[in-house]
Design a protein around this ligand. Structure first.
Ligand code: G3P
Ligand code: MG
Length: 230
C-alpha cells in the first residue's frame, strides 16, 4: 500500500497552539515528514501566523499588516510563545523535515523565495520546500526552483488551466472538493494531490482509498499511526 504523505498542519496544532515553535517541534518529534505553516511579511521579517487579524491566535488586537513588527513580536501566540519567524522555524527544524510555506500575506512570494534560496545555499534541498497559496498571482511570482502547490478552497471551472499556468507540482484541495474524478484528472495532469484538513481516522483512510497523495492534519500522529513515515 503506498504511503499517504503526512503534512503536519500548522505543526501539530491539534496538540499545541498553531504555528508556534512548540507545535512544529511536536510535529517533528512525532516523525512527520512535512509541516505546513502560513507566512506574512512585516517590515522585512517573515512571520508565521494564519489569520489577517490577531484576536483568534494571540493576545493582541488588530490586523497583522497594520501592526509593527515590535508589537507583533511582543504578543503571546499561545503558551507564552512569540509569533515565530520563518527563520526560527527553519532553525528548529534543521532539515529534519520538509516545509510547506503557505504564502498568506501580501507580497510574500519574493521575500520567501529569497529566504529559502539562502537556506539552499546553506545545504537545504530545494525540494524540501513546497510553496503554496490561494493567491495564485502571488504564487506565480515565486522562484520557480521551488515546487508550487495551487491551493483551492472552492470548486473551480479551470483547476488545470491554473495549475498549468503555475507549473504547479501539486493541487492542494479542501477536503470538501475531493472526488475520485478530480483526483484522477489531477494525476493525469501530472499533479500530486494534497488535501486539507483531515483529522479523523476514517477520513484519513478514505482519502488514501480515493488515491490522494498526502493530507494536512492537525494530528500528524494519527496519520503516522496508520501509514508510518512517507
Ligand atoms: O495549506 C493547507 C491549508 O493550510 C490551507 O488552509 O486556512 O488552513 O491555511 P488554511
Ligand atoms: Mg495554511
Amino acid at each position: 500500500m503506498p504511503n499517504l504523505l503526512c503534512i503536519g498542519h500548522r505543526g501539530a496544532c491539534g496538540h499545541e497552539p498553531e504555528n508556534t515553535l512548540n507545535s512544529f517541534n511536536l510535529a517533528v518529534a512525532m516523525g512527520s515528514p512535512w509541516i505546513e505553516l502560513d507566512v506574512y511579511s512585516v517590515e522585512g521579517e517573515l512571520l508565521v501566523i494564519h489569520d489577517d487579524s490577531l484576536e483568534r491566535t494571540t493576545n493582541g488586537v488588530g490586523e497583522v499588516m497594520a501592526s509593527s513588527l515590535e508589537y507583533l513580536r511582543s504578543l503571546d501566540a499561545g503558551g507564552g510563545q512569540q509569533i515565530p519567524s520563518l527563520r526560527e522555524v527553519t532553525e528548529l527544524v534543521d532539515q529534519r523535515c520538509s516545509i510547506n510555506v503557505e504564502l498568506k500575506g501580501p507580497d510574500t512570494a519574493l521575500p520567501v523565495s529569497r529566504f529559502l534560496a539562502g537556506l539552499c545555499d546553506e545545504g537545504w534541498d530545494s525540494h524540501a520546500f513546497l510553496l503554496s497559496s490561494f493567491d495564485h498571482a502571488e504564487l506565480a511570482k515565486a522562484d520557480p526552483r521551488f515546487r508550487r502547490g495551487a491551493l483551492f478552497n472552492r470548486a473551480s471551472p479551470d483547476y488545470f488551466t491554473r495549475t498549468a499556468d503555475l507549473h504547479a507540482y501539486s493541487i492542494n484541495l479542501s477536503s470538501r472538493l475531493v472526488s475520485r474524478e478530480l483526483i484522477d484528472e489531477a494525476h493525469s495532469n501530472g499533479l500530486k494531490v494534497y488535501v486539507y484538513t483531515v483529522n479523523e481516522a476514517d477520513e484519513i483512510r478514505q482519502m488514501d482509498m480515493l488515491g490522494v497523495d498526502g493530507v494536512f492534519s492537525d494530528f500528524p500522529d494519527r496519520v503516522l499511526s496508520i501509514f508510518g513515515n512517507s
